[in-house]
Each structure stands twice: as C-alpha cells, then as structure tokens.
Ligand binder design. Structure first.
Ligand code: AMP
Ligand code: MG
Length: 396
C-alpha cells in the first residue's frame, strides 16, 4: 500500500495540460486562460475627468478665482480647443480633459452665473484627473495560466480583447458500477439503492471546470464493464465508482486490465478510500474510486480536484491544509491517513462522532475534512490541527 502523497504523485503523472480553444468573452468566466494576453489599448486612452465639474489650468485652482466658461467636454464628446488662463470648460466624469487643463474643480465647489464660473470653496489638492494609461498601458499583460474571474472578464473587455484562448475543459467519463444501483427517479427493487456519488462527483467536477459525463450504470459483469469502457471513448479521464475491492463481484480491476489499463497503483493508505486504483487506459487516465459514497467523494476532493487543475494547465497544486483549533480531543490515529468529516466554525474544528464512509448525511453537514497523518498521536482539545475545506463556505 502506498501513501496518499505517493498516490498523488503517481496520479499527477497520468495527466498533462490539455490544448487550448478560443472562446468569446461572454463564455470565458471560470475558464483557464491558456496564453498571456496583451492590452490592445491603454485605459483610459486619454487623460479623463474623474468628477463632474470644471476643467481649468492647474495653477488657477484657488478659492475665489473666476473663469469664463468656453465650452463643454462630455463623455464621448470631447472639447476640441485648448483651455487658456482664466478659462474653464464644463466637464463630466469620463470626459477627455481639454488641452491645457490640469485640474478639475468639482461642481460642488463652484457656482456658475451666465458664462462665469467662480470657485466658492477650497478646491483641495486632488486634481480629479485619471491620467491616460493609469489603469493599464497598451501592451499590459494578463498572465496565463489563470482561472478567469468576473473581474478578469471586465479587465479583458476594457483591453478590447473579444476572444481568448482557454484550456479545453477536461472530459471526464463517470461510471457507476453495481447490480444494486438504479438511477435517481427510477423505481428501485427491494435489494436496490440509488446511485448517488456519481451525481455528487458530476457536480464536483463541473464546479472544478471539467466537462463530466455520466455513463449508464455498469452491471457487475466483465461484459457490461467492457461496454462501459467502450462508451467512455474520447474522455481525458475515466472515473469508475465501486467494484474496486476484493469481493467476488469486484470486477473493475480485471475488466480495466483486459481493456488495456496500465496500472500505476492499487490501494492507498488512507481512510476512507483504501481500494483506490489508477493508471493509463489508452489515451485516457483512469481512476477507480471505491464505491462507498463518502469514500468516492473524499477521493474526489483529495485526488480528482488536483488532477483537473493539471489538465486545465494550472500549477501542480496540493491543496494546503488550513489550521483550526480542535474543539474536542481525538484518539490516536491508526496506520492510514484519516480524512475525518468535520465542521469548522469560528476557527474551531469539530469532527463528527460517526465517521462511517457510507454516511452522506454526515458528509453533507461537513465543511471540512480534518486530516490525521498515519499514527497521529492522541490530540487534546485546544491543539491546532490541519483540515481541507470542502463544499460550502461558513454560513452558506
Ligand atoms: P463496492 O466497492 O462496489 O463494493 O461498493 C461499496 C459500497 O458502495 C456498496 O455498499 C455499494 O452499494 C455502494 N456504492 C457503489 N457505487 C455506488 C454509487 N454510485 N452510489 C451509491 N452507492 C454506491
Ligand atoms: Mg459494487
């Protein structure tokens, strides 16, 4: 049995960044930028007023000074002439600053009567001007790789970039296996249960930026598994669920081997999730997850999430553990790394009493996996301990 760290390293070697595709701005949020982009223009492209007021020469901004108003500069409609001594141009936010002007007196500090404007209050030292290029210069770079957030989309739009190269979404085929499984919404027989973690993993993978696809449930026969692997054709990653242990009906390992799996490892010293297998299967990476609902989801957080990051061209990234204070003592851990379902609130972490890997109710209440290294000694309340945040933010 290998350690979680060794398993992760082997899994990371099974995947590499996918090629790029071009998408329009409107579809780019959440995608990973594949190449550095450069601004096609500066922003603002001209010295612009930051306020509504009057543009005057820089050295004339004193209380009591009077000016002749010679025109107007509005957003989208600049004033063409220069501003001389004793002259002012009525100006609005976002409008180009006229030549010669070096100060915008805000409207609130002025009074206008006919074409004469008087500065009625101390105009202060802020020029109220956004210099050309003060947000970014032409040629400024947005570096790749980077998962594009809404603020990046706004930035790229203002750089006049309408289409951009992003890493293709990883195609992930998800395969539930088991004679006992039916799909949600179907009518289960007395010995049957509903396939659940396949849907949980589908949701998780979609959030991670992948393009997951649920395959029809495979039965516990080599023939059915073979057909399922054929249906997974075209996937970058094939994820099977269940059938990975040593029981008589656990045929995933054998079926995958017959289908050409070059196995990288089988079994990891972790709890839950021990019967994990992985390798290359043709053009795809294959990860065989254990069937227990919580095991499969925990392995999704611990292993699939960083694999998707690599496929997307992001850094190899082992999520850093956060630290919280233990609310209750914990007994010594055994020889396997334990990912305990837990709740973190206000910097305090509390593991659930029930840690059985079949309990989805507990997983759904958890917002953290408290991580116990192999042979971790007993821990007292008040000690600091590492955890992996999962699911919702506090309060959601
Ligand atoms: P297995 O690894 O196939 O022996 O499955 C272990 C346990 O997980 C069994 O109780 C299965 O019924 C259950 N299980 C397997 N696959 C799924 C699935 N997709 N959804 C929910 N439970 C599952
Ligand atoms: Mg099974």
């Amino acid at each position: 049995m290998i350690s979680v760290e060794e398993a992760r390293a082997l899994l990371f070697d099974l995947v590499a960044p996918l090629p790029a595709e071009t998408v329009p701005l409107i579809e780019a949020s959440g995608r990973v930028l594949a190449r550095d982009l450069r601004a096609n223009r500066a922003q603002p492209p001209f010295d612009a007023s930051a306020m509504d007021g009057y543009a005057i020469r820089a050295d004339e901004a004193v209380r009591g000074a009077m000016f002749k108003v010679i025109g107007e500069s509005a957003a989208g409609h600049g004033f063409s002439g220069p501003v001389g001594a004793g002259q002012a141009v009525r100006i609005f936010t976002g409008a180009p600053l006229p030549a010669g002007a070096g100060f915008v007196v805000i409207q609130e500090d002025t009074q206008q009567s006919g074409d004469v404007m008087t500065i009625t209050a101390d105009p202060g030292t802020n020029h109220n001007i956004r210099p050309a290029g003060s947000d970014f210069a032409a040629g400024a770079t947005v570096p790749a790789p980077r998962r594009l957030a809404p603020a990046d989309i706004a930035l790229l739009a203002s750089m006049n970039i309408a289409d951009m190269p992003v890493t293709r979404r990883p195609r992930v085929a998800i395969l539930s296996t088991g004679d006992e499984l039916v799909m949600p919404g179907e009518d289960p027989g007395p010995d049957q249960i509903i396939a659940s973690n396949s849907f949980g993993l589908h949701a998780m993978l979609r959030e991670l930026g992948a393009e997951p696809r649920l395959l029809p449930i495979a039965r516990d026969t080599l023939q059915s598994l073979r057909e399922a692997f054929e249906a997974a054709e075209g996937a970058d990653l094939v994820v099977t669920i269940g059938g990975a242990s040593v029981g008589d009906h656990d045929l995933v390992g054998e079926a995958a081997a017959r289908f050409g799996l070059e196995r990288a490892f089988y079994k990891v010293a972790m709890r839950p999730g021990k019967p994990l297998m992985a390798g290359r299967m043709g053009a795809a990476a294959m990860v065989g997850l254990p069937g227990n609902p919580v095991s499969a989801m925990v392995c999704g957080h611990v292993f699939l999430a960083p694999m998707i990051r690599i496929l997307l061209g992001l850094d190899r990234h082992v999520p850093d553990l956060r630290q919280a204070i233990l609310a209750e003592a914990l007994a010594a851990n055994g020889p396997r790394e334990h990912y305990m379902r837990a709740v973190v609130r206000n910097g305090e972490v509390r593991a659930f009493d029930r840690q059985d890997s079949a309990l989805l109710t507990v997983l759904s209440q958890a917002n953290a996996l408290l991580v116990r290294p192999p042979h971790d000694p007993p821990r007292r309340a008040g000690e600091s301990i590492g955890y992996l945040p999962i699911g919702r933010a506090e309060g959601d």
